[in-house]
Design a protein around this ligand. Structure first.
Ligand SMILES: [Zn+2]
Ligand SMILES: [Zn+2]
Length: 301
């Protein structure tokens, strides 16, 4: 009993720090992206916008308010993880050689892949008509989400999102740095998915990223239309289960093509100044099905 009281006292003492870490993670990444996008050139934003609907008045403030409640839920679940660690039931370890370096590296990918599956299936469940109203409607109040929507959940949804970590650590050993890295990856991908402006580099969109990983466009379509594109990090669950938005690949292809055209046009302007009378018009071949692109433009001298 005394031992439990000691654990409990340690958790209560640590909770403010856990809450602050959860808060800062959200503020730094979401706030940082909002500032970066505001400072980005208007032309860059315009050609990368994937907005389907309009951001409503007062929406960012509402998203921020709900996110503060989520930070509280996350911190309470985080405190329970700490309690579980002290009790010896959470398999967090501190010394890398305990399970070896190969597992330390592999465990990050295991964690991301399992979290993606957890998110996809719980997300689909939350869209069930009996659950949606109580659990997931708060998040979908944003038809055109902003980065502040990353944590804009009802408390029940925040709990479902948070509970993955203790469930994982009950079963799978993970180094504390891997847990930190997974959290950092999660908030970055989450915030980017709600940016309304595609952040994935042009060449990646047209290549491996577009084939395997979700984009801002992917989640924008989910908010605009619901009932499609439930995935978090990878597109494979949506493809395997037939829930990918039917227009997603065409839109992704059009976006990537637009970005390549814009680059070609910029290069064309530069080359006109340098090369005068030769035909500098770039030609772009795009395959919508494979999403592979080849740019056949004359190279600048
Ligand atoms: Zn949803
Ligand atoms: Zn969302």
């Amino acid at each position: 009993m005394t031992c439990f009281q000691d654990y409990w006292a340690a958790v209560v003492a640590a909770w403010p720090g856990i809450w602050l870490a959860d808060l800062l993670r959200y503020l730094v990444v979401a706030g940082g992206l909002v500032v970066a996008l505001a400072c980005a050139p208007a032309a860059w934003r315009e050609r990368r916008t994937v907005r389907i609907r309009q951001v409503a008045g007062g929406q960012p403030l509402r998203e921020f308010g709900h996110s503060m409640l989520t930070v509280l839920v996350f911190s309470l679940v985080g405190a329970s993880v700490l309690l579980g660690y002290h009790a010896g039931v959470m398999k967090i370890y501190l010394v890398p050689r305990e399970f070896g370096w190969p597992w330390l590296l592999a465990s990050f990918f295991v964690m991301v892949i399992l979290h993606d599956a957890w998110f996809y299936w719980t997300h689909r469940l939350m869209h069930h008509r009996r659950l949606f109203r109580w659990v997931h409607r708060t998040h979908h109040q944003s038809l055109a989400p902003t980065p502040w929507a990353a944590y804009s959940f009802a408390p029940a949804e925040a709990f479902v999102q948070a509970i993955f970590l203790p469930l994982f650590l009950l079963l799978v050993p993970a180094h504390q740095f891997v847990v930190f890295l997974w959290m950092a990856h999660m908030i970055v991908r989450n915030v980017a998915g709600h940016a309304g402006i595609e952040l994935v580099p042009r060449a990646w969109l047209a290549g491996w990223w577009g084939r395997w990983l979700t984009t801002t466009l992917h989640h924008e379509l989910h908010h605009a239309h619901g009932h499609a594109n439930y995935g978090l990090y990878f597109v494979w669950w949506d493809r395997w289960c037939g829930t990918e938005h039917p227009g997603y690949q065409d839109r992704l292809w059009a976006l990537a093509g637009r970005l390549y055209q814009a680059r070609a046009a910029r290069r064309g302007c530069e080359s006109k100044a340098l090369a005068s009378k030769e035909d500098q018009t770039p030609r772009i071949a795009i395959s919508p099905h494979t999403l592979t692109f080849s740019l056949r433009a004359r190279q600048l001298p």
